[in-house]
Design a protein around this ligand. Sequence first.
Ligand SMILES: [Zn+2]
Length: 422
Amino acid sequence: MSPETIPSDYTIIRAARLFDGTGVAPASGQALLLKNGRIAAIGSADQISAPDGATVTFKDYGDSTILPGLVDGHTHMMAPGDGTHGDITGAEQDDVLLMRALQNARTFLHAGVTTARENGAKNRVGFSLKEGIQRGLSEGPEMVISGRPITITGGHFWYCGSEADGVEGVRSEVRKLVKEGADFIKIIATGGSTWSSKPLLPSYTTEEMTVIVDEAHRFRKLTAAHCASMQGIKNALDAGVDMIIHCVFEDETGMYEFNEPLAEQLAIAKAWVNPTLHVVQAGIDHTERIGYERGWLMNEEQASIDASKQSLETRYESVSRLIKMGVRMIAGSDSPWGAYPPGEFVKEMVALTKAGLTNTEALVTGLSHAAESIAVGNDAGTLAVNRPGDILIVGGDPTADLNALWDVKDVYKSGARVARPA
Ligand SMILES: [Zn+2]
């Protein structure tokens, strides 16, 4: 029997609109044919059919939109997303972190995220998460993993287990991560929320970061750098980093300045920017909720709200100016880090519209652009024939209102409809 004659199951999906993820306006009257886990055909609903005699499942979703499964370019599946500090999460046992990661990965999938780029977990948690999902032991998005972020001794995320210093130290850490199965290399270019780190100061020297990038690229792996302040962005760009995360335009004293030459360098380098806007708002909302429930706020809580509000305002300003300069943004939620719960990726896309993107552009930052920026553009983020059947169907039209993404009708992973709790 040739492969063509083996009986196979077909699924035909139909809805009022189809958004292919590239930014082209939604097409109406379209249908999509799934076979063997892949998209076998897309076209006018009256022309899409399965061969005679084949078993077909037919689903008509009515006033809904078919789109590619969402691509979240920045996740931390081991974290609870309930306001727990990273250092507390980082002190937990690996097996507990893995159980939580699996639970979160399911929540992401049920919310329509079929591909996620995991930006750092502790020890082997990220690797095991990816393997468990791939082997069908648990359900979740396709995982693109860094394994562990590379950081200086005592730097942000040191508790994940990849502290490395000096050019030889970082070179060997990249090789170790690649050996373990890292899909990309996450670099901690400045401090962050980790207590022993200094967010306003650069961590690696440009020399060290250049070695990390060269070594990663030699293995055909992309790099992404956490940059919570300006000198870190500068060092990362000088080193040739592919993606700048957070991209905070603050100097060593915390003073905001939209540094034009640095912004131009970003644009010329064609580096992707993942600005992680909503995670800051989620932190503000969380602390305000604590104050509301308790009836009052501690001085340091109020101070943290004020500082975050000010920082968010300047981040919106810098991101909107970068967008106007043609710097390409991608949506990566950074959830469930901090107080940003899993399953709410849409909030980051909505935040990007507040920075000046249209609804369609914001969708693209979480679809084809996100996929391209993490080197899975041939498999995810766009609906096209022969690609994996990773599909999301939502009620209404997300190009008219992004909040339509909350109304998930169905999610398909590798051509199979995902069973979700009612
Ligand atoms: Zn992160």
